[in-house]
Design a protein around this ligand. Structure first.
Ligand code: GDP
Ligand code: MG
Length: 204
């Protein structure tokens, strides 16, 4: 029996060291959290995929983590290559990680031209250290001329908002994916063919 290949979508995590990219990756992969004390323990993976079902259609989100390379060097262009989506991560307790987002955004639009870009404010559990406001976020989105396709607030520590974010990204990628377009075209051409056939049979 012919099997249909599930479309794969590369999703990359971008942002400063320490904002929680690897923690988002870990939540995605194993739904666990590692506190700072155990931080040296690593999954040893730089990408991991999960299948999402959106309106009866399956999509494979392949999430990529920088693996900490941003700490020692700039992230290489191959990391960005062929990404369908990029999650720009900052942490609410670190305004510098927010103020530097435009630099990361520039890398994304340079090396991953067709990627949909999402903004993720992480560490919302640190309720008394929220130094980035909704006004700041709105101003940033406006400044980027609506390049941002979605804004999410997450806590890797509690898990709040994390799965919702990935599910929403999967939904947005499916609704705009080339595969969806191709399937629509295929459906349309099938319709045309069957109409033609009907016409032909009428002509007989
Ligand atoms: N309180 C809190 N700490 C977090 C959260 N996410 C990550 N961390 C901690 O922040 C530090 C940096 O996280 P990490 O995922 O390594 O960041 P990365 O450098 O961007 O990959 C670690 O000590 C994590 O335990 C969160 O949502 N809340
Ligand atoms: Mg990391």
């Amino acid at each position: 029996m012919a099997s249909t290949k599930i479309p794969e979508q590369k999703v990359i995590l971008c942002g400063e060291f320490g904002v929680g990219k690897s923690s988002l990756f870990r939540r995605f992969a194993t739904n666990t959290f590692v506190s700072s004390a155990d931080r040296s323990s690593t999954l040893g993976l730089d990408h991991f995929y999960k299948v999402y079902r959106v309106c009866g259609r399956e999509v494979k989100l392949q999430l990529w983590d920088t693996g900490g390379m941003e700490r020692v060097a700039s992230v290489t262009s191959s990391y960005y290559k062929f990404a369908e989506a990029a999650i720009l991560v900052f942490s609410f307790d670190n305004p510098d990680s927010f103020n530097i987002l435009s630099q990361h955004l520039l890398d994304i639009v340079t090396y991953a031209e067709s990627a949909k870009i999402f903004l993720c404010g992480n560490k919302i559990d640190l309720k008394h250290q929220m130094y980035v406001t909704d006004v700041d976020i709105d101003a940033f989105c406006e400044q980027c001329h609506n390049l941002i396709s979605g804004v999410f607030k997450t806590s890797c520590k509690t898990g709040e908002g994390v799965e919702e974010m990935f599910a929403d990204i999967a939904r947005q990628l499916v609704s705009t994916s080339k595969t969806a377009d191709i399937e629509e075209v295929a459906k349309d051409s099938f319709r045309l063919t069957s109409q033609d056939e009907t016409q032909e049979s009428c002509m007989c």
